[in-house]
Design a protein around this ligand. Structure first.
Ligand code: DCP
Length: 234
């Protein structure tokens, strides 16, 4: 299948049947993660753990996503603290219905740390002391909390395409996001999942999907992935 530019998915056998086969969907802002997850909405054996962007937009009446984009130097630490906690909640969430032997998560605590926190720090939008606090929490969490993972699906887009999609969908908080910001996020995703594939989580297979095409064509590719996930989970 030409869509898999790199796959070690054959290794992705579910070692432990007492927990769901767990997939993280990763990719730049605007890469199509939400569309990908929608493909599984009607699958009775899939538990979807969607990223709670709406929660970040209303934390006791405060829109932390908006604050982060308006003034990242002031608010990115607070925002990423919230994200790290909500990602942990998603990692701990258990399937809600009997028979759900697959869990598909939008992003993970790994991308929050290795992509977004890293990028904010590198771009001087987060101060070194704040970065070290988040990093200390992150390290403690991944060492002391069991974070289940079996497969990563990387929806890979050219940054220009992700940027165009962000402009088209017109999420209010993202109105001033620059192409440069999206390029930086792209480089970090690639460094993490495409080029080196080192760092955490170790030994997890990565399937890379070319998510540059129109959403209709990308949807067709999803069918192959869906079969792969179902096969691995059974
Ligand atoms: N975000 C962030 N830091 C994180 C996670 C997300 O700054 N640790 C921001 C980036 C986006 C918004 O939150 O403005 C949502 O990001 P995602 O890329 O996770 O979700 P999308 O809805 O943009 O994904 P897609 O377009 O692929 O469906």
């Amino acid at each position: 299948a030409a869509i898999f530019s790199k796959t070690r998915a054959d290794m992705a056998v579910n070692q432990n049947c007492s927990r769901p086969y767990t997939v993280f969907v990763e990719g730049n802002v605007g890469s199509g993660k939400t569309t990908f997850l929608e493909q599984f909405a009607d699958c009775p054996n899939v538990f979807l753990a969607k990223e709670p962007v709406h929660k970040w937009q209303d934390v006791r009446g405060h829109n932390f996503l908006g604050l982060m984009y308006e003034d990242p130097k002031r608010w990115s630490f607070a925002f990423q603290s919230i994200v790290q906690r909500t990602m942990l909640e998603l990692h701990q969430a258990r399937p809600e219905l009997p028979g759900q032997n697959i869990k598909i998560m939008e992003r993970s605590i790994y991308s929050a740390r290795n992509i977004f926190v890293e990028n904010l720090y590198k771009d001087n939008l987060m101060a070194a002391p704040e970065y070290s606090v988040l990093d200390a929490w992150y390290k403690w969490l991944i060492e002391n909390v069991q974070i289940e993972s079996d497969l990563i699906i990387y929806l890979r887009t050219d940054p220009e395409i992700a940027y165009q999609r962000i402009k088209t969908r017109n999420r209010f908080e993202e109105k001033d996001v620059s192409l440069e910001y999206i390029q930086h996020l792209h480089e970090l995703h690639d460094k993490w999942l495409n080029v080196h594939n080192t760092d955490v989580p170790k030994n997890i297979p990565v399937v890379i999907v070319d998510a540059n095409q129109s959403m209709d064509l990308v949807r067709k590719q999803f069918k192959g992935i869906k079969n792969l996930i179902t096969k691995n989970a059974s």
